[in-house]
Design a protein around this ligand. Sequence first.
Ligand code: FMN
Length: 197
Amino acid sequence: MLLTGDKARRVSAQAMRAGGGGTCPDPWHTFRSGDLMTQLLILYHSRTGGSAQMARAAAEAAQAECEVCLLPVAEAGTDQMLRADGYIFVGPENLAALSGEMKAFFDLSYYPLLGRLEGRPYAHMICAGSDGYGAARQLERIVTGWRLKEIQPPLVICTRSQTEAEILAPKQITPEDLALCREMGQTLAAGLSLGLF
Ligand SMILES: Cc1cc2nc3c(=O)[nH]c(=O)nc-3n(C[C@H](O)[C@H](O)[C@H](O)COP(=O)(O)O)c2cc1C
């Protein structure tokens, strides 16, 4: 069951008082599924909405399997990373690299987390205009330093925006591409909750 709005706030506030799920700072972002405590953290940044839709789709599919924390990267820190059992990173490619906001998160948390996440599973999704693999490779190199374990190759979704107007416009990810994002969320969450990784 996906909890949203006031109901999610009430349930998550109760969970926090009980000591569970307490490190996802905005309770609205925590989708709880029963009392399962294995947690998948989905961190995202999005400038024009594409990556946000992809992250949301993955979270909706994952929440049937385990606890999911869906968090904008600007709100994430070392506590959220340490609390989670696995990760999906989602963000745009900008200038053949990760968006500055995604990169800033890694810049700030890389050394505080070095040696503390080894072996935890991850996957990543990139929203791009026409390429996406520069950002995907950059992310892989960063998290290789943390010794995270890649579970799936990157999912790169191209919005086919080429002109300035297209690039700056709000994005609508197609149902087919959102289905791929859901599949990735479900795979990571199911594997985590079954202890497969
Ligand atoms: C400053 C800027 C640079 C970009 N550079 C690239 C690029 O190098 N390669 C690419 O495929 N798309 C590039 N894009 C397009 C975005 O990746 C694309 O619009 C994507 O949908 C953005 O994801 P978002 O909607 O989550 O922000 C760029 C967009 C902006 C605004």
